[in-house]
Design a protein around this ligand. Structure first.
Ligand SMILES: [Zn+2]
Ligand SMILES: [Zn+2]
Length: 272
């Protein structure tokens, strides 16, 4: 009975998505759906992801404090205001123009909104591939951002907060946003996905950035079930010590290149 109900729910959901997509294609131009659609995916993934953590930081409920990686270190009102201003500039004056200017590129690699929509399997497989490419590219670019010149001139902005919070996930110098956009779009450039898949990818990527900057390590976080997923504590450590744990998504790059040794020693000594 449960299986039948689940199958029915999935079928209804899938047909609703197809109907909704058809409506959008009939109403909006290809340019609008690509540029504004991708921009909205970024915004939705980011701000919906932030809402629960913002509430927790705002309410400071004692029960949840034990889940905070850096206990008692909450963002101040001034931190949040400064962050919002930076995000407004980044989203509207850096990311939106980047997406708009990339429209011919999306077309040239075969990004299309035409029916039929890709299957759930294709979307999942391609998004997983994008995460792998993103993680590897981001790891090396992040290491470069920690070289003397790049840190002093670009990356220092992202490290302004040694105790990260959800809203600060993309808090960065505009140049950093442009540089780290390369691995985000490298996977799609190789694959040439459907526009719908690209929407899903950008939303998931934004949500993942919020997740690792949330400052909360809950027992239901993905890294508790998948040991190769970095998660909050992994990236929190990077902000706390300004070095090590350079990867943004998975743990294997730091393990292969030995940049997680101090984190592992610290974790081992704390757990013993
Ligand atoms: Zn860094
Ligand atoms: Zn960070």
């Amino acid at each position: 009975m449960i299986l039948e109900l689940t199958a029915l729910a999935l079928l209804t959901c899938s047909s609703r998505i197809h109907e909704g997509w058809g409506f959008l294609c009939d109403t909006y131009s290809d340019f609008s759906m690509t540029v504004w659609g991708l921009f909205c995916s970024l915004v939705v993934g980011y701000f919906l992801g932030c809402v629960p953590y913002l509430l927790l930081d705002f309410l400071k409920i004692p029960f949840f404090e034990k889940y905070k990686v850096q206990m008692t270190r909450y963002p101040s009102k001034a931190n949040l205001e400064k962050c919002c201003l930076n995000l407004f500039v980044l989203f509207f004056f850096v990311m939106l123009p980047m997406i708009a200017f990339s429209y011919p590129l999306f077309k040239s690699i075969g990004v299309s909104r035409e029916a039929p929509l890709p299957s759930a399997f294709t979307v999942i497989l391609q998004v997983l591939f994008f995460f792998l490419v993103e993680d590897f590219g981001n790891y090396w670019l992040h290491r470069w951002l920690h070289t003397s010149w790049a840190y002093k001139n670009i990356h220092f902005v992202h490290h302004e907060y040694s105790a990260p919070f959800a809203l600060a996930a993309t808090y960065a110098h505009p140049l950093e946003v442009v540089i780290l956009g390369i691995p985000t779009f490298a996977g799609p450039v190789v694959v040439g996905p459907h526009l719908f898949t690209l929407w899903v990818w950008l939303m998931m990527r934004q949500y993942e950035a919020v997740d690792i900057h949330s400052g909360y390590e809950f027992p239901w976080n993905l890294n508790c079930f998948l040991s190769f997923y970095g998660g909050t504590e992994h990236h929190d450590y990077h902000h706390y010590l300004y070095s090590g744990n350079y990867a943004s998504i998975f743990t294997w790059c730091d393990a292969i290149y030995g940049t997680n040794l101090s984190y592992k020693m610290r974790k081992y000594s704390r757990d013993c």
